[in-house]
Design a protein around this ligand. Structure first.
Ligand code: ATP
Ligand code: FE
Length: 368
């Protein structure tokens, strides 16, 4: 079995061909990060235009790298939800044209399901397992019971941790910092935090009294904004200049972020064990998304895993961020499970908003 996967849900145009043993035959990706970094955020019509300019080439590159003829494909799998409407639309209409032309089945993919299942491409992981997805656009905890069988344990009530770190980094003008000018906000925070003292500011972790596994990051962002404003006054530094306490602020924000993520994840694991939804002694905790590459945060989650007799697994960094491989692999998983394979694509639409799985966050809070 061979699946071509196509991803355009946000700011990466990506494609890959994967076989049913998890071999990646070919892949290609075009990242828009640099353009959006300069603009200070993603502008959807710009993202759409760039997807349009690149999708044909990226799909052709992935196919030619894989050295197969398109006629050998078993199916085409494409992200249709959730994501930016304008971006999803480009991938979907391109894919529909392709499947009509090739007369192949189409497998619509949920972007978060693909992130969650990626670990099964790189590691031998059986269902069920817990997944924590943390990136610029996502923040959720789920119990993965099967391909397409998810219990949503918790999610961010506002923004995602990567988004918060990016905002703090922007407010600290880290792009002007000689050591961080080419880094994403999150990476810049991690880099500077190594030189800082995390204990200089007294910040409470978010949602300390909430008994669920939900997350919140805007409060932390606002507290940090206030600290930065106060430091600017104290140091006599203008907005937009680098504070001498920038590293201490980065260390504090990173620490609180790690504590918050660890606390909620701990609660989720305990809940699943209490309900016998997860093995008591050898469960797996998967952490993925751009923020998962943060080693400080990863260590905090490792402590949680050790304390709960779980094994912590992370896909390699290039598979933690958006890519075509995870979409193709999700297609393979669905083919094997016989789930959601369309031979008729009439009426198929993209869905910018689409929760993952069955939301049981209320039950989690009630059990606590
Ligand atoms: P999506 O959410 O759709 O997957 P995204 O572009 O936000 O898209 P990623 O590329 O997975 O997702 O992650 C990017 C985010 O990860 C950014 O917010 C970035 O700041 C954050 N990030 C990257 N490296 C680090 C790091 N070392 N520490 C903390 N955050 C990081
Ligand atoms: Fe993603």
């Amino acid at each position: 079995k061979l699946v071509l996967g196509i991803e355009t849900s946000c700011d990466d145009t990506a494609a890959a061909v994967v076989d049913d043993t998890g071999n990646v035959l070919g892949e290609a990706i075009h990242s828009q990060t640099e353009v959006h970094l300069k603009a200070g955020g993603i502008i959807p019509p710009v993202a759409q235009q760039l997807h349009k300019e690149n999708i044909q080439r990226i799909v052709e590159d992935a196919l030619s790298a894989s050295r197969i003829s398109p006629s050998e494909l078993s199916a085409v799998a494409t992200t249709i939800k959730p994501g930016l409407a304008l971006s999803l639309g480009v991938g979907l209409s391109f894919s529909l044209q392709l499947v009509n032309q090739l007369k192949k089945p189409f497998i619509p993919i949920h972007h978060m399901e693909a992130h969650a299942l990626t670990i099964r491409l790189t590691h031998k992981v059986e269902f069920p397992f817990i997944v924590l997805l943390i990136s610029g656009g996502h923040c959720l905890l789920a119990l993965v019971q099967g391909v397409s069988d998810f219990l949503l344990l918790g999610k961010s009530l506002d923004i995602a941790p990567g988004d918060m770190l990016d905002k703090v980094a922007r407010r600290l003008s880290l792009i002007k910092h000689p050591e961080c000018s080419t880094m994403s906000g999150g990476r810049a925070i991690e880099h500077l935090a190594k030189q800082g003292n995390r204990w200089l500011f007294d910040i409470n972790p978010p949602m300390q009294n909430a008994k669920n596994c939900d997350f919140s990051f805007t409060g932390l962002q606002h507290i940090t904004d206030k600290i930065i404003m106060q430091k600017e006054r104290e140091e006599g530094v203008e907005k937009g200049q680098i504070l001498s306490s920038a590293a201490d602020i980065a260390a504090a924000v990173q620490h609180i972020t790690a504590c918050h993520l660890a606390k909620r994840t701990h609660r989720a694991i305990l809940f699943c064990k209490q309900k016998n939804l997860l093995s008591q002694t050898n469960a797996v905790l998967v952490v993925s998304g751009g923020v998962a590459s943060n080693l400080y945060i990863r260590r905090a989650l490792e402590i949680v895993a050790n304390a709960t007799q779980c094994t912590l697994l992370c896909p390699p960094p290039r598979l933690c961020t958006d890519n075509g491989i995870m979409i193709a692999w999700n297609g393979i998983e669905r083919l094997r499970a016989g789930l959601g394979i369309l031979h008729d694509v009439e009426g198929i639409r993209y869905e910018p908003k689409c929760p993952l799985g069955v939301d049981i966050s209320k039950e989690v809070a009630e059990a606590a």
